[in-house]
Design a protein around this ligand. Structure first.
Ligand SMILES: Nc1ncnc2c1ncn2[C@@H]1O[C@H](COP(=O)(O)OP(=O)(O)O)[C@@H](O)[C@H]1O
Ligand SMILES: [Mg+2]
Length: 252
C-alpha cells in the first residue's frame, strides 16, 4: 500500500483536482484506490459525487475513533475506487485534536485499520499546515506538491519543504517528496512558461514531467460529481492526469 498526500498550504493550486484525477487514473490502471478527504471543505468528497449531508460517518468520526474507519469508507460507482469522505464538521477537529494523545498520528492509525487490499491511498489535504495536514504527512509515504504556474508560485514552498523535512526528521522518517506537480498551465502566457522553466531549474528530478494545462473541462467536472477523466477522457486535462498517473506508477 503506497500512501501519497497532496499538499500545499496555498488554496486553489489544484490539490483536490489532482487528488481526484490521480485516484481515478490509478483505479483505471487496475489499482485498488482509497481517496481520503481530510479537508473540511469536502471538495474531493463532492467531486466524487458524494453528498456529505447524507453521511452518518466521515473522516471526522474516524480521527477520534479509528476503529470505525471501515464503516465510513464509501465504495464509488467506479470500480476499484473508494472514498473516505469529509464533512464541514471536520473544521472543528483542528482544535479538538490538539488535546488528544499522539495528535499527529490519528490518520496513521486509521490506515492500519482500513482494508490492506488498497494499492494506493491518495490524501487530499486542506490549505493549511495545521494538525490535519500534519496527520496526512505523518501517515504518508510521499507527498505531491501541486504548484500553480503563476507569479507567486514559489511563495510558501520553502515553508512547506521545511515542514516536510521536519516531519521526516521526527515523526515519519520514511516521508519523501513524490514530486512537484505544475498545474493550471496556460501556454498563451509567457509568465507561465517562465515559471515552469524556473521551477524545473530549481528542482531538477523532483518535478513531474507532465504539466497540467489550464482546462475548462477540469474546472467543470466537479459540478458533475466526476473526475475529468470520466467526464471527458479526450480532453487535454484528462490526458495530462493519465500521464501523471503513469509517472507515479513508474516511480513505484
Ligand atoms: N488545471 C485546471 N484548469 C482549470 N481549472 C482548474 C484546474 N485545476 C483545478 N481547477 C479549478 O480551480 C479551482 C481550485 O482547484 P482545486 O483543485 O480545488 O485547488 P485546491 O484543492 O488546491 O484548493 C477549482 O475550482 C478547480 O475546479
Ligand atoms: Mg482542495
Amino acid at each position: 500500500m503506497k500512501k501519497i498526500a497532496l499538499c500545499n498550504q496555498k488554496g486553489g493550486v489544484g490539490k483536490t483536482a489532482s487528488a481526484i484525477n490521480i485516484a481515478v487514473g490509478l483505479s483505471l490502471a487496475e489499482k485498488n484506490v482509497l481517496l481520503i478527504d481530510i479537508d473540511p471543505q469536502a471538495n474531493a468528497t463532492s467531486g466524487c459525487g458524494i453528498d456529505y449531508r447524507t453521511l452518518s460517518h466521515s473522516i471526522y468520526n474516524c480521527l477520534f475513533e479509528p476503529h470505525t474507519a471501515k464503516e465510513a469508507v464509501i465504495k464509488t460507482k467506479w470500480p476499484r475506487l473508494a472514498v473516505l469522505p469529509s464533512t464541514p464538521d471536520l473544521a472543528g477537529a483542528e482544535i479538538e485534536l490538539v488535546e488528544t494523545e499522539e495528535r499527529e498520528r490519528h490518520l496513521a492509525k486509521i490506515l492500519k485499520i482500513v482494508d490492506p487490499e488498497y494499492d494506493y491511498v491518495i490524501i487530499d489535504c486542506p490549505p493549511s499546515l495545521g494538525i490535519l495536514t500534519l496527520n496526512a504527512l505523518v501517515a504518508s509515504d510521499s507527498v505531491i506538491i501541486p504548484i500553480q504556474c503563476e507569479y507567486y508560485a514559489l511563495e510558501g514552498l520553502e515553508k512547506l519543504l521545511k515542514t516536510v523535512k521536519a516531519i521526516k526528521q521526527s515523526l515519519n522518517p520514511h516521508l519523501i517528496i513524490e514530486g512537484i506537480l505544475l498545474t493550471m498551465y496556460d501556454a498563451r502566457l509567457n509568465l507561465a512558461k517562465d515559471v515552469v522553466e524556473d521551477i524545473q531549474k530549481h528542482f531538477p528530478n523532483v518535478v513531474f514531467k507532465t504539466v497540467i494545462p489550464r482546462s475548462v473541462r477540469i474546472a467543470e467536472s466537479p459540478s458533475y460529481g466526476k473526475s475529468v477523466i470520466h467526464y471527458q477522457i479526450s480532453s487535454s486535462g484528462a490526458q495530462a492526469y493519465l500521464n501523471v498517473t503513469r509517472e507515479i506508477i513508474n516511480h513505484a
